[in-house]
Design a binder for this molecule. Structure first.
Ligand SMILES: Cc1cc2nc3c(=O)[nH]c(=O)nc-3n(C[C@H](O)[C@H](O)[C@H](O)COP(=O)(O)OP(=O)(O)OC[C@H]3O[C@@H](n4cnc5c(N)ncnc54)[C@H](O)[C@@H]3O)c2cc1C
Length: 492
């Protein structure tokens, strides 16, 4: 082990979109900050931030039906969708700020305008979609959304999906022109390339964090070089565990009391992918529908136009698969080794209470390629099987946490777990993920750097002129800010 211990203000584990966003924010707030990003793979964005390991949906609540569940009385609460929409507008403001100052290259390399649609069939789901449309369009963030049931309009919105339909099929959709497709892998690369040029920022690849120990008023971090097997140590005042599926084992390694009771439930993913240009040109949008019974929210089926490295494709899915690995590059022992006395009961309680999910996963694992194509036929009845091949969609680790009533619950969102003194924080969970990375990282900074928060307030106002509450409450502010971001990001 090398003897000299390097000193850092912030050490960020993992070179995905979350660490890249946090590093960029910290350097905006204080250019003198010494920041190191440690990544075990040979380059950035190789796990969940890889463009094929997420759907690239700029989640804004426009099309995801799981953000607007139906209450027992048939009513729909629009609050979650409104919040996610405004969080996405915070992300867009930060990306616009970086584009305006020349830190990012052409926006079209990472964000593209792509209409977002929700699509359902049958009377019950059509009633739900209409009620959802009425609930959403009461808020200014969704003013542009339109609803239709007639086949002529639906054929204009989603020509590929309307081919071969019977004229008496009961179908409906909502259409939001202002949706986006985001290549989070490209964005991560652009952010880290920019950061790598700044004084006091290091991005280290092929290096794995193998030890975390409290020392002085920070952490002594042991890092192993995967190419030479040599280890070194870094002393950092603040550590961010932005290790995706690898964040839980690192949180457990830190031993902080706030991390006790957390467990992880890994779910692998797969897509069907089409690269036939004649098919792709007939589907320029993202169309989300309802999830099957027992399916986790991230398994809502959708047929998406994707732009990755400037090239369009279609993807459909995701299909879940069983895995015990926390990362694509992980070990089959990740799940068993994560079981501890403090999370055993929450994990057992989740297994007891989620039989629907278990049945769903068994069905998914056992299904054949022909069955997968049958699911896609619900969207695209006239598909040619030869156009579609399987693509890996990466791993997600859903959060299992203690619950006073049930013993343990499975949580499908994202959660930041931070030490009381703010010296270390971990990001757990997957959804809505990358789209809300800016809001999540600003909140994390406010929690972990309370003594700097006041001084950094003005910087936040420069970077994100309208925060969520202003966007939610004022139509004029929302429209002005969105128009500005859309212009800078070339979305108009
Ligand atoms: C199937 C699927 C679909 C999704 N769709 C969307 C979507 O449409 N829109 C959206 O906004 N979000 C989506 N998400 C969520 C989004 O992909 C994630 O929220 C986001 O990519 C997480 O980024 P991250 O930086 O936290 O993690 P990652 O990108 O996974 O990066 C973590 C990094 O940490 C590294 N690492 C791990 N352990 C260590 C260690 N010990 N030492 C050093 N490095 C380590 C890993 O190698 C990896 O590079 C989706 C996710 C999945 C799985």
């Amino acid at each position: 082990m090398a003897n000299n211990i390097e000193q850092m203000d912030a050490l960020l584990v993992g070179a995905g979109i979350m660490s890249a966003t946090l590093a960029a924010l910290l350097k905006e707030f204080d250019a003198s900050f010494k920041v190191e990003v440690i990544e075990q793979r040979s380059r950035e964005a190789q796990e969940s931030s890889d463009p094929w390991n997420n759907a690239g949906t700029g989640h804004a609540g426009l099309c995801e039906l799981n953000y607007t569940p139906e209450a027992a009385d048939g009513s729909i609460d629009n609050q979650r969708a409104v919040r996610i929409n405004c969080q996405f507008e915070e992300s867009k403001q930060f990306w616009s700020h970086l584009v305006a100052k020349g830190a990012l290259g052409t926006p079209r390399d990472f964000i593209n305008p792509t209409p977002h649609l929700s699509y359902v069939s049958g009377n019950k789901d059509i009633r739900y979609l209409r009620t959802r449309y009425e609930a959403l369009t009461r808020h200014h963030a969704f003013a542009e959304m339109v609803f239709a049931e007639d086949h002529a309009t639906l054929a204009k919105w989603m020509p590929l999906m309307m081919q071969g339909r019977r004229s008496d099929e009961r179908l409906a959709a909502t259409y939001a022109a202002g949706g986006t497709d985001v290549d989070f892998g490209n964005l991560t690369t652009q952010l880290l390339t920019y950061l790598g040029k700044l004084d006091g920022t290091t991005i280290a690849y092929n290096q794995k964090v193998t030890g975390l120990q409290r020392k002085d008023n920070g952490w002594l971090v042991t890092i192993k070089n995967r190419l030479t097997s040599e280890s070194r140590q870094v002393q950092s005042r603040f550590v961010f565990l932005g290790a995706g599926g690898g964040a839980l084992p690192l949180l457990q390694m830190s031993g902080i009391p706030e991390g006790k009771g957390f467990g992880g439930f890994p779910v692998g993913g797969q897509w069907l992918r089409c690269d036939n240009p004649d098919v792709i040109k007939q589907h320029g949008s993202k169309v989300y529908s309802r999830a099957a019974v027992g399916a986790p929210p991230m398994s809502v089926p959708h047929l998406d136009n994707r732009v990755v490295n400037g090239k369009a494709s279609l993807l459909f899915g995701p299909y879940a698969c069983f895995t015990t690995k926390f990362l694509k590059d992980g070990s089959i022992f990740d799940l068993p080794f994560s079981v501890r006395p403090d999370n055993l009961w929450p994990m057992l309680a989740v297994a007891r209470d989620n039989t629907d999910l278990t049945v769903y996963l068994i069905k998914e694992v056992l299904q054949s390629h022909a069955k997968r194509l049958d699911s896609l036929r619900q969207f695209y009845p006239t598909l040619n099987p030869a156009d579609w091949r399987l693509e890996i969609a990466g791993q997600r680790v859903q959060i299992i946490k203690k619950d006073a009533k049930k013993g343990g619950i499975l949580q499908f969102g994202t959660e930041v777990v931070a030490a009381a003194d703010g010296s270390i924080a971990a990001l757990l969970g997957a959804s809505p993920g990358a789209s809300v990375s800016v809001s999540v990282m600003i909140d994390l900074i406010e929690r972990c750097f309370p003594s700097r928060a006041k001084a950094w307030n003005n910087k936040v106002a420069d970077i994100v002129p309208a925060r969520i509450s202003a966007l939610e409450s004022s139509a004029a502010t929302y429209n002005d800010i969105r128009a500005r971001s859309d212009k800078l990001l070339q979305l108009i």
